[in-house]
Ligand binder design. Structure first.
Ligand code: NAD
Length: 278
């Protein structure tokens, strides 16, 4: 039996850990080779631990354990020239490009918009919005020149569809991702390139499962942990679960990346345990 993305090549940003790693492994399980990029280091103002080169190396090992090839590069999605160089050489090595998953992102919170320092605003827009645009931009020429069409999946958030206080810069960037998705879908349709987005609620990855989040929700406790955060997180959902797992997003990405969704484009798919119903 062939895999659901057998023989295809996928570019994935933010591949060192969390959802990006999960997407890389899931697509590899179904037959894709991977170009995985990640900054593997700190970004200013992030209050949770950064990914490391060892994380990206572990993703590479996990992909190879599926019998697939992977090319990795340590780079910042804010740097288009670095992205272009990595994608050009990844495609030269792996032979083609069919799928782009623009997943890399950061989370910061704590200021109201009218009091937010400009640097915090700017980093967010540069990474979570412009970085998505640059990632797609670096891959599109290769998909077009392949002449076989392709699939692009952008990572939004529940915050692409509704607002939350103290995260206005994140909300603005993620709303922008929705606009990017729709605009790319309109422009690339003639090439049989489909563009869709996935919209997670809280995911069990370091971006959300960290001390800062726990303290935000439980300022009353000295050392709050995931169990203290869980009931508050669950209140945002319709289904009785506190968060979703990275694999749940990966399965949605896989469907959108595969030919099973061959006539689906311009769609925003929540993977949010019903958060957007509330
Ligand atoms: N975790 C959640 O609760 C949640 C919810 C909704 C949406 N999201 C979105 O999902 C995506 C993936 O996040 P995650 O949950 O896997 O978090 P994560 O922090 O575990 O992983 C994000 C990865 O992106 C990389 N990255 C960040 N900035 C980068 C840059 N400038 N250049 C290159 N790589 C960069 C990080 O190094 C990290 O490896 C993000 O776009 C995030 O906004 C997350």
């Amino acid at each position: 039996m062939t895999g659901r993305v057998e023989g295809k090549v996928a570019l994935i940003s933010g591949a060192a850990r969390g959802q990006g790693r999960s997407h890389a492994v899931r697509l590899a399980q179904e037959g894709a080779d991977i170009i995985g990029v990640d900054i593997c280091g700190p970004i200013e103002n992030l209050a949770y631990p950064a990914s490391t080169p060892a994380d990206l190396a572990e993703t590479a090992e996990l992909v190879r354990a599926q019998g697939r090839r992977i090319v990795t590069a340590q780079l910042d999605v804010r740097d288009y020239e670095a992205l272009k160089a990595a994608v050009d050489s990844g495609v030269a090595e792996l032979g083609r490009l069919d799928i782009v998953v623009a997943n890399a992102g950061i989370g910061t919170f704590g200021s109201k918009l009218h009091k937010m320092p400009e640097s915090i605003w700017q980093d967010m827009i540069d990474v979570n919005l412009s970085g998505v645009w640059k990632t797609v931009k670096s891959g599109v020429p290769h998909i077009i020149s392949g002449g076989r069409g392709g699939s692009i999946v952008l990572t939004g958030s529940v915050g692409s569809h509704k607002a939350l206080a103290y995260t206005g810069h994140y909300i603005a960037a993620k709303h922008g991702v929705l606009g990017l998705m729709r605009s790319f879908a309109v422009e690339l349709g003639q090439h049989m390139i489909r563009v869709n987005s996935v919209h997670p609620s809280q995911v069990n990855t370091p971006m959300t499962m960290n001390e800062v989040t726990f303290r935000l929700f439980r300022p009353d406790l000295e050392n709050p942990g995931p169990d203290d955060f869980a009931p508050f997180s669950q209140m945002t959902h319709t289904l009785p679960v506190p968060w979703v797992e990275a694999i749940d997003i990966s399965n949605a990405v896989l469907f959108l990346a595969s030919d099973e969704s061959r006539y689906i484009t311009g769609v925003s798919l929540p993977v949010d345990a019903g958060a957007l119903l509330k």
